[in-house]
Ligand binder design. Structure first.
Ligand code: SAM
Length: 272
C-alpha cells in the first residue's frame, strides 16, 4: 500500500514510512542526541532526511542505514555535498554495526544512534541493537507509544513482557517525550514516544539461554511461571524455590534480578 504525501513522495506503509514533518520535534530529538562537532551518529531509516539534515547542520557525521532503495539516491543527492554523510542500503535489523564503523570510521570505537522506528520492526531491531550495543554509546529512539510503554513497564504491570526484560537487561532506559500523530506525514493513528537507551556492560543476560528462559516464562501470559517453564525445564519448581520465587507467580511480576537468579540456577542444574 502506498500513499502520496504532500511532498509527492510515495510513502510505503509496508516499511512503516511516517515521515517527521514538524520541525519542533525534529529539534527536540536532535537535542536529545546532542551531537558534538564531527561526532559520528548512526541513523536508522533516514527516510526523507528530516533528522539527517538537522544532525548534519549541527556538525555531526551521519552514517545512515536505509532499507528503501528508492530513497537512497535522493538522500545522497541532498546530503553527500556536506562530506559528512554516508548512506548504506541495508536492513538495520541485520546490519553489522561494528563492521560498518570499522569500514567508514575506523577511529570511532563507539557511536551514538538515532532512529524513528517503524512498528513492524521494533522488536527485531531492539533485539539486534541489544546484541550490537557494545559499539554504541547512547541511543535515542522513537517508537509507537505502546512499544515504549511495553519496554518501560515495571514488574507487576500487565504490559511487561519478553521485550521489557530483554531491553532492561541491555540498557538503562529513560523515557523522554511523546510525539503526536500531527507531527508526521502520512499521519499515523497513534502517538509516538522517544526514549534514551544507555547500553549496559556485557552480562549473563546476553546468553541466548537467558533469552530462552524469559521467552518461555512469558509463553502464556495467564499461566503461572512454573506452568510455563515446565515445557522447557525439568522440575522448574526446584530452581524457583532455590531462587526464592513463588512458583505461582506470573512472569510479569519478576524483576530483572530475579530472572538472572533463576537463570543462574537453571544453568547450574543443566550443566553437562
Ligand atoms: N527518519 C525519518 C523521519 O523521521 O522522517 C523516517 C522515519 S520512517 C518512520 C521509518 C524509516 O525506516 C523509513 O525511511 C523506512 O524506509 C525505514 N526502514 C524501515 N524498515 C527498515 C529496516 N529494516 N532497516 C532500515 N530502514 C528501515
Amino acid at each position: 500500500m502506498v500513499e502520496k504525501t504532500e511532498h509527492s513522495m510515495r510513502a510505503k506503509r509496508s516499511l512503516g514510512q511516517n515521515f517527521l514533518v514538524d520541525g519542533n520535534y525534529v529539534s527536540k530529538i536532535v537535542n536529545a542526541v546532542h551531537p558534538e562537532t564531527d561526532e559520528v551518529v548512526i541513523e536508522i531509516g533516514p527516510g526523507r532526511g528530516a533528522l539527517t539534515r538537522e544532525l548534519l547542520d549541527r556538525g555531526a557525521n551521519v552514517l545512515a542505514i536505509e532499507l528503501d532503495r528508492e530513497l537512497v539516491p535522493q538522500l545522497r543527492d541532498d546530503h553527500s555535498g556536506t562530506g559528512r554523510f554516508i548512506v548504506v542500503e541495508a536492513d538495520a535489523s541485520e546490519a553489522d554495526i561494528r563492521e560498518l564503523l570499522d569500514q567508514f570510521y575506523p577511529e570511532t570505537p563507539k557511536a551514538k544512534l538515532v532512529a524513528n522506528l517503524p512498528y513492524y520492526i521494533s522488536t527485531a531491531i531492539l533485539q539486534h541493537l541489544a546484541n550490537e550495543r557494545h559499539c554504541l554509546s547512547e541511543l535515542v529512539l522513537m517508537f509507537q507509544r505502546e512499544v515504549v510503554e511495553r519496554i518501560t513497564a515495571r514488574p507487576g504491570s500487565s504490559e511487561r513482557g519478553y521485550l521489557t526484560v530483554l531491553v532492561e537487561a541491555a540498557f538503562a532506559v529513560e523515557r523522554l517525550f511523546d510525539v503526536p500523530p500531527e507531527a508526521f506525514r502520512p499521519r499515523p493513528k497513534i502517538w509516538s514516544s522517544v526514549v534514551r537507551l544507555i547500553p549496559k556492560p556485557p552480562s549473563p543476560a546476553d546468553d541466548p539461554a537467558f533469552r530462552r528462559l524469559v521467552s518461555s516464562g512469558f509463553s502464556q501470559k495467564r499461566k503461572t511461571l512454573a506452568n510455563n517453564l515446565k515445557a522447557g525445564y525439568p522440575e522448574p519448581n526446584i530452581a524457583l524455590a532455590h531462587a526464592g520465587i513463588d512458583p505461582k507467580r506470573r512472569a510479569e511480576t519478576l524483576e530483572l534480578s530475579e530472572w538472572l537468579r533463576l537463570y543462574a540456577l537453571l544453568a547450574e542444574r543443566t550443566k553437562p
